[in-house]
Each structure stands twice: as structure tokens, then as C-alpha cells.
Design a protein around this ligand. Structure first.
Ligand code: ACM
Length: 541
């Protein structure tokens, strides 16, 4: 049936099945309520069927139920389709029922991915059979950088839906960076009044300095974020907010200049950054900075109920600290060896601060330098090494090496790639990505709680470009994260490509402007957007 991600076990009788009718009852058992609401609203809209509540009768029904004996953990599910009795989706827990409902949508055909029926007399038939499925990883993440280019709320909600289609369950929102601050903070209104806007934007990452010469910006109100969190939770997706410190913070410094290293830089003159790259203007290592970010995070915790809070920690140049008498005084006061240790001090402060509030810190792999509290987790982006070291040190790891799953990297060497940065990373490369490196022992490997694909948006200035860069590669990534695939060299790439032809029809019905297998469509070209390799190693294949 060309399912993506591929289920563990499936057996169909494709010439027989159960046909949904206008009167087909939807029987929602205890614990399956969210899946029930989703079926009624989303599949109801696509099919035009009402899915009335009621007891299953002799005409068959769609039943959604929780049964903890379904093997494979709380997200596991089973689907049975009988021509007479109908469809039964049974999850080991509520999330399992929801993922089973996503599979049911694929079984109904690509038209089930539209928002309204296109033919009134279409028969909605589910092939008879039996299917059993469970995810490989508990953290199946997707990161959206809404700081470099703001994505309006509606686009984020759409991406939540696209994640659900692919059984991804962690949305990491990169909410702050040098180029923009996107989360409203009641106590510090200038973070969005000033920090959410820049005067212009550098076009592309390539050498010529070309600017678009128009303002860019936007931010989410607290209610927008509460809506996103609730909309995601309804789909069994957790939102992880990222507030990046102490680097990637120029938008905050532009709003509140006292956050910067005022004794070496005229921070009052710093704008929200309009170009790209690793930036020397980092937070000052002061008590004031700590209190400021504690106050910010206090509001962030009120909005985001999930366990993990991402505090960034990546790419923090220490030059300003080294030349700042105030920072070096702080180094002496704290008895540190050098300015580099200020970074780990800061991270460990928030590690403790979050732990005291029942949360867990996650950060980019630079946070390993200097030692971490045991509860902290590491997102390994500079290849696998950080993740390996973290797993060996007993930390949970989310594997997201830039060499494999940075979805801003170009998709081919084609001269018309619309966002031609870094190295080519094809759909097949992503399909052959293995999150757990061979050198880990089974005990260490168990520390890899999951994997994540990251969409950085320096050269993605609209949802259309994000769609192009993210798809179809996110479909391959979803299969890596969900399905128990064999080692990379043994993966059935031709089989995946074949299933993708069915999946493209689903993406078309959803209105996703993916990269076609043959290369960019003529209107997807963006002449003038230039690229060069981002920092990092050449391709690993
Ligand atoms: C990163 O790409 N700087 C996490």
C-alpha cells in the first residue's frame, strides 16, 4: 500500500475491503478522544462523511480504542480491516491510536489528504488486512528556524499537520537568534518591539553583498504560541522552544543593550543583525544577564509545558569576553581558568535552574564542553562526535548531524537549486542516514533517544521555499526515525523510491511544493540567491 513511513508488519487483501458510507459509525473508546476528533474533522472534511457517534451495528464501523497489550510501547498501534465489521485502530496508548489514524488516511488514498471532496460519488474503501506498527525512536524531531525568517503562525500550524502526516512528534522552534526575536515576553516588550524587526536582509550566503532593502520581521504573541502548543498536543506532538544563549543573541542585545559587553562594544548602536554567520556580539556574563534570561524563561515555561527546553549554546565566540575587563573580572571572581569557561558556567546555571523547575535542558553539542548535569540532553549537530561523547558520558542524545539532516543543505548540484548552500544532500542520502553510530555499545546506543531534521532559514524566505527544501527529504527522514530500517547499505532505496511515487500524490493533495525528482520546476529557480559551503566537513556518504 506504499505507506510512508513503512510499518513493521502489514498484510493486505487489496481486492477486498471495507467501504465507508455516510452512516458509518465512529466508535471512540476511552483514551482515543484526540484521534476521534482528528478523524471526524480531518477525514470528515476530506471525505464529506459525518462519522456519527454510536454503537457499531451490522453495517460495520470505524472503531478507535486503546489497549495497553498492543506491543511496542505507548505509540504502537494495530489496524484490522474486515469487509463486514469495518476498521479497528487499536493503540497501546492514545498516541498509538493517533498514529494509526494517520496510517488509515494513507490507506484511503491521496484524495484523503485534501480538505474537501472533489467527487461526490467517490467510494472510500480501505483494503482488508492487518497491520502492526511501532516507532523506533521516541524523539522524532523537526526543527524550524523561525528566527532567520519569520514564518507566520498559520505556516507553523500547517507544519504541525505535515509532521503528523509523517508521524513526527517533536517540533523544535528556534525562536531567537541574531536576526530576530520571535516570542513575546510580557516583562521585556522591547524584545519584540525592537528585536523582532530588521531593516533589511542579506540575500543568499554567497560572496556578493546583495541586500533585499526591505524590512523583515514578525513574532508570535503568547496566545499564538499557546495555540501552537495546544494544536500540536492535539496531534501528540510536543513543542520544544529554543531560546539561544549566550551566542546568537544580537536581536536581544539590540533591544536591551545592557545585555551585551558594553565595555568593549557600543551595544546601543547594534541593530538586529541583517547578515549571516557566527557573530562576535554575545551576551555579557553578568548577574544581570542571568536574571534577565531567568525572567524570560519563566514566561517561556508558562507557555510550553513539555519537559525539554532548548537553550542553544552553539557558536559562541569568546573574543569579546577576552577583551572585556568586566568579563575577565568575572572569570577571576569565579575562579575560572579562562573566558571559555564562562560559557559552560552559564549553561550549567540554566541547567540547574530548569532542573529545579522540573524541566530538562537540551542544547547543541558545544554545551558538553565544561561538563553538564546528568539530566541535560545534547543535540549533536557538528557530526556524530558530540553525540557519541554525550552518550558515553551518560547523557541523552538527539542525533541531528549537519552532514546528513540539515535540510538547508542543497538537494543536488543542479545549477538551478533555489537555495544552493553547503553540500548536496540528496533524498537518498537522507534515506541512508543512520542515527545510531556503530561504535556505541548497546548500553550507550540506548542513550540516543531520537533524531531530528533541522530546517535553518537563512535562504528560505517563504513557506514555498521551506516546502521545497524540506520535502521530499522529510519523508525519508520520517522513515529513518520511525521504521526499524536495516543498516544504510542494506536499505531498500528502490523500494522507497517506488513508495514515494504514491507519497508525492499525497503531498500534491496537501499542497506541498516539494522538490520534484527531476529537479526544480522553472518557477522554483531563484536567480541571484547564491551559496557557499557553511562551516563543516565535506559530504560523508
Ligand atoms: C547550529 O547549526 N549552529 C546548531
Amino acid at each position: 500500500m506504499d505507506l510512508i513511513p513503512h510499518p513493521r508488519h502489514a498484510a493486505y487483501v487489496t481486492d477486498d475491503g471495507f467501504t465507508l458510507r455516510p452512516g458509518t459509525v465512529l466508535d471512540v473508546g476511552p483514551g482515543a478522544e484526540r484521534a476521534g476528533r482528528w478523524v471526524r474533522s480531518v477525514l470528515g472534511a476530506a471525505t464529506g462523511l459525518e462519522f456519527p457517534a454510536g454503537e457499531p451495528g451490522p453495517d460495520g464501523a470505524v472503531r478507535l480504542a486503546v489497549d495497553a497489550t498492543v506491543p511496542g510501547g505507548p505509540e504502537a498501534y494495530r489496524i484490522t480491516v474486515d469487509p463486514q465489521w469495518g476498521v479497528r485502530v487499536t493503540g497501546a496508548g492514545p498516541a498509538g491510536v493517533f498514529w494509526g489514524a494517520q496510517t488509515l488516511r494513507q490507506l484511503l488514498g491521496p484524495e484523503a489528504f485534501r480538505r474537501a471532496p472533489t467527487a461526490p460519488d467517490r467510494r472510500w474503501r480501505v483494503p482488508a488486512g492487518h497491520l502492526q506498527d511501532a516507532p523506533r525512536f521516541g524523539w522524532r524531531g523537526f526543527m524550524l528556524d523561525v528566527a532567520r525568517h519569520f514564518m507566520p503562525k498559520d505556516g507553523v500550524l500547517r507544519y504541525v499537520d505535515l509532521m503528523a502526516v509523517h508521524k513526527l512528534n517533536v517540533l523544535h522552534l528556534h525562536l531567537t537568534d541574531d536576526q530576530g526575536w520571535r516570542v513575546e515576553v510580557g516583562r521585556y516588550p522591547r524584545l519584540t518591539e525592537v528585536g523582532a524587526w530588521r531593516t533589511r536582509t542579506k540575500v543568499g550566503l554567497g560572496a556578493p553583498d546583495v541586500w533585499d532593502e526591505r524590512p523583515h520581521g514578525g513574532y508570535y504573541t503568547r496566545d499564538d504560541l499557546r495555540e501552537i502548543v495546544a494544536y500540536a498536543a492535539e496531534r501528540h506532538i510536543t513543542v520544544v522552544p529554543e531560546i539561544d544563549i549566550p551566542g546568537h543573541s544580537q536581536a536581544a542585545i539590540a533591544a536591551y543593550p545592557e545585555l551585551g559587553n558594553t565595555d568593549v562594544v557600543d551595544t546601543a548602536a547594534l541593530p538586529v543583525l541583517t547578515g549571516w554567520g557566527v557573530n562576535p556580539n554575545v551576551l555579557a556574563p553578568t548577574e544581570h544577564t542571568l536574571r534577565f534570561y531567568e525572567n524570560v524563561l519563566t514566561e517561556v515555561l508558562e507557555i510550553f509545558p513539555g519537559t525539554f527546553v532548548h537553550i542553544g549554546g552553539d557558536e559562541c565566540p569568546t573574543e569579546q569576553w577576552r577583551s572585556s575587563p568586566a568579563a575577565m573580572e568575572r572569570v577571576a571572581e569565579l575562579g575560572l581558568r579562562d573566558a571559555g569557561e564562562l560559557q559552560s558556567r552559564l549553561i550549567r546555571h540554566f541547567d540547574r535552574w530548569l532542573a529545579e523547575r522540573g524541566r530538562r535542558l537540551i542544547g547543541w553539542d558545544e554545551i558538553l564542553e565544561g561538563g553538564l548535569a546528568p539530566g541535560a540532553a545534547v543535540a549533536s549537530w557538528r557530526g556524530y562526535a558530540g553525540g557519541i561523547a554525550a552518550a558515553r558520558a551518560g547523557h541523552d542524545v538527539v542525533m541531528c548531524p549537519q552532514s546528513h539532516v540539515y535540510l538547508d543543505w542543497r538537494q543536488s548540484e543542479h545549477p538551478d537549486e533555489p537555495a544552493p548552500i553547503a553540500h548536496a544532500r540528496t533524498l537518498e542520502d537522507v534515506y541512508r542516514f543512520e542515527p545510531v553510530p556503530d561504535e556505541l555499545t548497546p548500553r550507550e546506543a540506548a542513550r540516543v533517544i531520537g533524531t531530528q531534521a533541522n530546517a535553518w532559514t537563512e535562504v528560505m524566505d517563504s513557506v514555498r521555499v521551506v516546502d521545497y527544501m524540506v520535502f521530499p527529504r522529510l519523508a525519508a527522514f520520517a522513515e529513518v526515525a520511525w521504521s526499524a530500517l536495516p543498516p544504510p547499505a542494506e536499505r531498500d532505496w528502490p523500494g522507497f523510491e517506488r513508495r514515494m511515487s504514491a507519497h508525492y500524490a499525497r503531498l500534491d493533495a496537501l499542497g506541498v511544493e516539494y522538490r520534484p525528482p527531476a529537479g526544480p520546476r522553472p518557477w522554483q529557480r531563484r536567480p541571484g540567491v547564491t551559496g557557499r559551503p557553511k562551516a563543516g566537513p565535506p559530504p560523508i556518504v
